[in-house]
Design a protein around this ligand. Structure first.
Ligand code: PRP
Ligand code: GLN
Length: 238
């Protein structure tokens, strides 16, 4: 029998024996993504949003930057988030990050794809926000790196930025505490500096809340001689 037919039979059998569950509400559903009801409820970000930080705006502005970016422009040329960090996005991110749910990579890639394409440019390096060594050892993977590798297998450059000290979780901290928490957390190894000289960079992280993590990483890359820097996250707190 043709191996194509065998594959189809095998997949149909697998679907009967191990039906797919929606990663958010855990009901049975078709395909590998969210169920139709959760897709509909997921708050994907679309225009109008700040052209600088990607924050959704209640209405389109003549200057497309939000007030915060206008007053204090971030060190990244543009940041985009696929969704608001609502209950569905947070379930996806938390499972992806803390429950070994790497099978969600194609679904999350599908969510960020439109903004990934918008931010992509020639010669660009795609760098995930690094995970501290001991956390990496415990978790065994960096979810931001898994997404970045999937999106850009040819430009994926995870070793250009390292986390040189462990930082307590950002959770439960206010804006200033988050900025202080990540100050000096990142570094570009000296032998990697030539590799990023003047190269455009896309930083990838799972979530943006205040932007402290992305901003600190971007400043570190800038100091090391990188070209323009943009950021892409799955979800942002709005
Ligand atoms: O935009 P910010 O205000 O900087 O917050 C976003 C950051 O916070 C989280 O990491 P955190 O260091 O808290 O790791 P954890 O969730 O694993 O503890 C998240 O993965 C982002 O990197
Ligand atoms: N301190 C850290 O290494 C945290 C990094 C990252 N935000 C995470 O996935 O947990």
């Amino acid at each position: 029998m043709d191996s194509g037919y065998l594959n189809i039979w095998f997949n149909q059998l697998a679907n009967i024996l191990l039906p797919h569950l929606c990663p958010h509400c855990r009901t049975f559903c078709e395909g590998a993504g969210l169920c139709a009801a959760c897709w509909q409820r997921l708050e994907q970000i679309s225009t109008p949003f700040c052209s600088c930080c990607g924050r959704p705006l209640p209405y389109a502005l003549p200057d497309t930057r939000c007030a915060r970016c206008w007053v204090a422009p971030p060190p990244l040329a543009s940041i985009r988030a696929a969704c608001r960090y609502d209950d569905i996005a947070s379930t996806l991110v938390i499972r992806y990050k803390h429950a070994d749910a790497l099978h969600l990579t194609p679904l999350l890639a599908r969510l960020v794809r439109r903004f990934f394409d918008e931010l992509s440019e020639p010669n660009q390096l795609v760098i995930p926000i690094p995970l501290e060594r001991r956390r990496y050892f415990r978790r065994r993977y960096n979810q931001s790196a898994e997404l970045a590798r999937y999106m850009a297998p040819d430009n994926f450059a995870p070793s250009l930025l390292i986390r040189q000290r462990n930082t307590p979780s950002q959770a439960g901290k206010n804006r200033q505490q988050r900025i202080d928490n990540v100050r000096g957390a990142f570094a570009v190894p000296a032998h990697q500096k030539p590799a990023l000289a003047n190269r455009p960079i896309m930083l990838i992280d799972d979530v943006m809340t205040t932007g402290a993590t992305l901003f600190e990483a971007a400043k570190t890359l800038q100091m090391a001689g990188a070209g323009s820097i943009c950021g892409l996250v799955i979800a942002r707190v709005t």
